[in-house]
Design a binder for this molecule. Structure first.
Ligand SMILES: Cc1ncc(COP(=O)(O)O)c(C=O)c1O
Length: 289
């Protein structure tokens, strides 16, 4: 019998559930301190990040601009339709142009297009995003009900993992499950997002690269079967891009005996449930329409 608990961040955060409210929190503080009235960021047609940003901007009365990878479909995905409904201006760009999103010249040209604007990188993955996620690790460490020293979470950019590892501190172990195939630079990105001093204080961490189920946002028959079974038995909704793959990885590692099933394990549910709408085979589960 495995000893696995799930930290349901998906249940909190209001319009920016899961890890989103943490990654946006310090970015919003920074944007406000600079007097920004417009928030610009990047994402794909199903981006949880753009979805949360649009909702947050709407709530705070701030303009939001979403630079979207590729053409908009007609009709737009439910994710982008929500963003439009919340007043986000969508700027669809070619995949070639989207590749420039990290370049400072490109970012400057975007910032100059919108007055009083503040730019948040794709996925909220900057120093402020990492700093916001420190609170997740601290909350786990400070919670007397949680005995687990091993924490598992999904990884996209690695910002959440970096913040959680720093917040947990030494004595804990963080295992990230990459949602992407062949993202060999992830460990480097995490390393670069922490200062040498922070590395000494942070929990030990590693990223697993073999559980992407075919690539980003792809699914395998095994993943689909696992998610349907997990949801019906546990009553916890997952989505296939991040949380489904992470829990499937945990299941496989425990089942194969590679992980000790006696050891208490805490899995962080990072939200992203709006993205379920992209997977018709999940419809109708758990009381959804
Ligand atoms: C639901 C969900 N979980 C996990 C992640 C991965 O977080 P990070 O990019 O900080 O590694 C994301 C992406 O931001 C996400 O939307």
């Amino acid at each position: 019998m495995a000893n696995v608990s799930v930290l349901r961040l998906d249940l909190g955060g209001g319009c920016a559930p899961g890890n989103k409210r943490f990654k946006l929190r310090d970015n919003l503080i920074e944007a406000r301190s600079r007097g920004a009235r417009c928030l610009i960021s990047f994402g794909g047609a199903w981006s949880n990040h753009l979805h949360a940003l649009a909702a947050t901007g709407h709530e705070l009365g701030m303009k939001t601009v979403g630079v979207v990878r590729g053409e908009l479909s007609a009709p737009p995905t439910p994710t982008l339709q929500d963003a439009l409904d919340w007043g986000m201006e969508l700027l669809p760009v070619s995949r070639t142009e989207y590749r420039q999103r990290h370049q400072s010249d490109y970012q400057r040209s975007l910032l100059s297009r919108y007055s009083d604007s503040y730019l948040i990188p794709e996925g909220g993955a900057n120093a402020a995003g990492v700093q916001g996620c420190v609170a997740i690790g601290q909350a786990i460490r400070d919670c007397t009900d949680i005995s687990s020293r091993q924490v598992v979470l999904p990884v996209g950019t690695g910002a959440t993992l970096a913040g959680v590892a720093l917040g947990l501190g030494r004595g804990y172990e963080v295992v990230g499950v990459s949602a992407l195939k062949g993202a060999d630079d992830l460990a480097q990105r995490v390393t670069q997002s922490l200062t040498p001093g922070e590395h000494l204080e942070a929990a030990s961490w590693q990223i697993l690269h073999e559980h992407h189920c075919g690539g980003f946002a792809r699914t395998s028959a095994g993943l689909r079967e696992f998610m349907l079974e997990f949801e019906s038995v546990q009553g916890i909704p997952l989505e296939p891009v991040y949380t489904g793959k992470t829990l499937y990885a945990v299941y496989q590692l425990l089942r194969s005996g590679q992980w000790d099933s006696q050891r208490p394990l805490l899995v962080i549910h990072t939200g992203g449930l709006q993205g379920r709408r992209g997977y018709p085979w999940l419809e109708g589960l758990l009381g959804e329409q």
